[in-house]
Design a protein around this ligand. Structure first.
Ligand code: PLP
Length: 405
C-alpha cells in the first residue's frame, strides 16, 4: 500500500495509486527525486519553459514577495499589473490589447466564453451556441456559476451552454457554419496542437478558414493558447499566424514558476462592453487576479523569452526531434509527430504503454504517457544530448520488447 497521507491526487484512482515520485528539488531540465535525478520530459505539465528554478524569475518573485505579495484588483492597480498587461498587448498580434488576468488556465477559458456570450447579450441579440472541436481540452472547471444565485453577478449567462463538437476538418467546419452559423456566439479551439486530447496536430489552413467563417457570421473566435502559447508550437503564438478575437494564456505565462493566466480580448470584443450601462460591464473577478508575484514572474519570463532567443531554440529542438524520430515505425507504433517543442509517439494499443513510466525512470527520464501517446513537451534549455536521451528511452520501449515483460 502506498502511503497517501492526506493528499488526493489528480486524475488518479487512489485505491490503485503507485508510490509517487518524491521530489526534493529541481534544476534546469532535472527533477531531483527519490528515484534519482530525472530529465522531466513533460516540463511539469508543460509550463516550465526555461526549465526549473530559473534564477532570474525566482529572484524577481522573491523581491516582489517582500514588497507586495498580494493586493486585490477591485478599484486598485499596481505597477506589475500595468507593466505586464502593457507588455502582453505589445507582443500579441492584431488588436489583442485588453488583458483580463485570472489564476488558472481553466478560469481564463471560462472568462473567454463568458465574454463571447455576454458580448451578444449586450447587443440585445443573444446567441446561445458555442462551436468546439472533437478531442478538445479546455480545463476542468464545472458549474461554479450555475450553483450560485446572484442575478446581479451572473444574470447574463446561461445555465447550460449548448456546445457543438466538430472534427478538425474544413468540411465539418463549413458544414457547421452553413447549418447554424448565426446561432454561435463563439468558436473555441486549441490552435495547431490539441494537447490533453492526445497531442494531436493540425494545420493553420483550418484556422484560416475558421477565421473567415467567424468573420462572415460574426462569431467570436477564441484561441485557448494555455498550452500552445510562448513558443510551444514553434510560433510565439499560433495567433501570430491567424489572429483570434480572444486569446487565453496560462501555463508558461509566468515561465511556469507560479500559477496565473490571462484572457486577452481585441478591440471589437472590448467595445461590446463599453457603454453607459452598468449591466454591460463584464461580470467576473477572481480574488487573485493580477497577483503581483505572478506579474513579476511573467514580466521576467517575457524578457527572457526574447533575450534568450527562445523561439530559435524551440525550432532547433523540433529539428533534432524530427531527425531522431524519422523512419521510426516499429511494430505497435501507429505514428510519430512533432511540432515545436512537442512530440508524440502514438501507440496502436494504449495498453502497450503500461509500465513505461517506470522504465523511463530507470533510464533517467520522467515521462507521463497518457491516452495512446508517449510524448515530450521539452523545455527550451534542453541540450541535444538530453533530447536524445529522452527519445532513446521511448524508442527502446518499442524496439526491445523484453522491456515490456
Ligand atoms: C492545461 C490547460 C488548461 C487548464 O489550465 P489549468 O491552469 O490547469 O486550469 C486549459 N486549456 C488548455 C489547452 C490546457 O492545456
Amino acid at each position: 500500500m502506498t502511503d497517501i497521507g492526506h493528499l488526493w491526487y489528480p486524475y488518479t484512482q487512489m485505491k490503485h495509486m503507485k508510490a509517487p515520485f518524491h521530489v526534493t528539488g529541481a534544476d534546469g531540465v532535472y527533477m531531483h527525486t527519490d528515484r534519482g535525478d530525472l530529465i522531466d520530459s513533460t516540463s511539469s505539465w508543460w509550463c516550465m519553459i526555461y526549465g526549473y528554478r530559473n534564477e532570474e524569475i525566482c529572484r524577481a518573485m522573491a523581491e516582489q514577495a517582500m514588497k507586495l505579495p498580494h493586493v486585490m484588483m477591485a478599484n486598485v492597480v499596481h505597477d506589475g499589473a500595468r507593466d505586464f498587461s502593457d507588455r502582453l498587448a505589445e507582443i500579441l498580434p492584431g488588436t489583442l490589447n485588453h488583458v483580463f488576468f485570472s489564476d488558472s488556465g481553466s478560469v481564463s477559458v471560462e472568462i473567454a466564453l463568458k465574454m463571447g456570450y455576454q458580448y451578444f447579450v449586450n447587443q440585445k441579440k443573444p446567441r446561445k451556441k458555442i462551436l468546439s472541436l472533437k478531442n478538445a481540452y479546455h480545463g476542468d472547471t464545472f458549474m461554479a456559476m450555475s450553483v450560485g444565485d446572484d442575478e446581479d453577478f451572473h444574470g447574463a449567462f446561461p445555465k447550460n451552454p449548448d456546445v457543438t463538437h466538430i472534427p478538425v476538418t474544413i468540411e465539418a467546419l463549413e458544414d457547421a457554419f452553413r447549418k447554424e452559423g448565426e446561432q454561435y456566439c463563439s468558436m473555441i479551439v486549441e490552435p495547431l496542437l490539441q494537447g490533453a486530447g492526445g497531442m494531436k496536430m493540425y494545420d493553420a489552413s483550418f484556422l484560416k478558414r475558421a477565421r473567415e467563417l467567424c468573420d462572415e457570421y460574426g462569431v467570436i473566435l477564441i484561441y485557448d493558447e494555455v498550452a500552445t502559447g510562448f513558443g510551444r508550437t514553434g510560433h510565439r503564438f499560433a495567433a501570430d499566424l491567424v489572429c483570434p478575437d480572444i486569446i487565453c494564456l496560462g501555463k508558461a505565462l509566468t515561465g511556469g514558476h507560479i500559477g496565473h493566466a490571462a484572457t486577452v480580448a481585441n478591440d471589437r470584443v472590448y467595445s461590446g462592453f463599453w457603454s453607459d450601462s452598468r449591466s454591460d460591464a463584464f461580470m467576473h473577478g477572481p480574488t487573485f487576479m493580477a497577483n503581483p508575484i505572478a506579474m513579476a514572474a511573467g514580466l521576467k519570463s517575457l524578457e527572457i523569452f526574447e533575450r534568450e532567443h527562445t523561439l530559435e531554440k524551440i525550432k532547433n529542438i523540433e529539428r533534432i526531434v524530427k531527425r531522431e524520430l524519422e523512419g521510426f515505425h516499429p511494430e505497435g507504433v501507429k505514428e510519430t509527430r512533432a511540432m515545436g517543442s512537442a512530440f508524440a509517439i502514438e501507440a496502436e494499443n494504449p495498453a502497450d504503454l503500461a509500465g513505461f513510466q517506470d522504465f523511463a525512470a530507470e533510464n533517467g527520464v520522467f515521462a507521463r504517457p497518457f491516452l495512446d501517446v508517449q510524448y515530450g513537451m521539452l523545455p527550451s534549455i534542453i541540450t541535444e544530448e538530453q533530447i536524445k536521451q529522452v527519445i532513446d528511452v521511448m524508442k527502446a520501449w518499442w524496439t526491445d520488447r523484453r522491456n515490456r515483460g
